[in-house]
Design a protein around this ligand. Structure first.
Ligand code: NAP
Length: 278
């Protein structure tokens, strides 16, 4: 019997590409999104089932899972991909904007996972794949809120992994770097327009903007393909690995984070992120 994956946030970006990739590999795919009229990026496939799922609406989560099981009989893998980035100065962001960021990136993933776990427990198997970010491993300037949501996602994943291992269920974390070819940056732009401008930060914002522009030049051209391959690998490799960091652009910072002393790491990232401001 073909395996089945349920993916959240498949209206664009990594989610849409992952849905096509799994379907091409012969998987049954439950491609979920909060507005199904956006389901335009799929190749014709009889094993791809599109259904509504808004990660902020628990009733829609349960309906999508139930409909997917009714269609394919079983779900083997969940990909918690839906998410967005609130970028900007922390002090500029309202409490509500920060709560929205956590509602989607953290509580949304938790709610979908909670809803599918009884099914995975019944089957004594399953894989939960959480799409985090390089910003889930390190803090970036102007991304403190996004980073804190992805750090929360990663801390939760790491602890959950032990709980679920005892039941034959795996947890995986994907840490993409920058991927300009998804809808992510457009949404970042939209979210940021709601932030209040505090003039004291303007010199910092100008310098940091330049730093991000130069960082964007190092983004992997094939980031989407690499991320989708890593999602597929994590669904199928059947090993104990937790984190996958498939793009090259963030490797120097991730390596420094994971292999340098705290002081050496901070000196290295200050030289990238803040030196221009001093
Ligand atoms: P994207 O093209 O903007 O896709 C994001 C998806 O999440 C869209 O389908 C969006 O649906 C969906 N979504 C947002 N809020 C939702 C909600 N409440 N319920 C259900 N779906 C919701 O961006 P992407 O780059 O593919 O992002 C996918 C994941 O990768 C995110 O978790 C993001 O944080 C992570 N990531 C992206 C990058 C990057 O540079 N692109 C880097 C690292 C990590 P709508 O169309 O309805 O808004």
């Amino acid at each position: 019997m073909n395996k089945t994956v349920l993916i959240t946030g498949t209206s664009s970006g990594f989610g849409a590409s992952a849905a096509n990739y799994f379907a091409e590999k012969g998987w049954n795919v439950i491609a979920t999104m909060r507005d199904t009229s956006k389901a335009t990026g799929f190749k014709n496939s009889t094993n791809l089932f599109i259904t509504k799922l808004d990660v902020e609406d628990t009733a829609s989560i349960q309906s999508a899972i139930d409909a997917g099981i009714e269609r394919f009989g079983k779900i083997d893998v969940l990909v918690n991909n839906a998410g967005y980035g609130l970028f900007g100065i922390f002090e500029s962001a309202s409490r509500e904007a920060i709560q929205n960021q956590f509602a989607v990136n953290v509580f949304g993933a938790m709610d979908v996972t909670r809803a599918i776990l009884p099914h995975f427990r019944e089957n004594k198997s399953g894989v939960v794949i959480n799409v985090s970010s390089g910003a889930g491993a390190i803090g970036f300037p102007m991304a403190s809120i996004y980073s804190s949501s992805k750090f929360a996602l990663e801390g939760w994943s790491e602890g959950l992994r032990y709980e679920l291992a005892s039941l034959g269920i795996k947890v995986k974390v994907i840490e993409p770097g920058g991927a300009p070819k998804t809808g992510f940056l457009n949404r970042v732009g939209g979210e940021s327009t709601g932030l209040q401008l505090i003039s004291d930060y303007v010199p910092f914002l100008e310098q940091t903007g330049k730093m991000f522009q130069s960082m964007a030049l190092t983004s992997d051209e094939d980031a989407v393909e690499k991320v989708v391959s890593a999602i597929y690998e994590s669904a199928t490799d059947d090993n104990a690995r937790l984190r996958y960091s498939p793009t090259q652009d963030i490797q120097p910072i991730l390596n420094a984070r994971r292999s340098s002393s705290e002081e050496a790491y901070q000196q290295f990232t200050d030289s990238i992120f803040t030196q221009a401001n001093n």
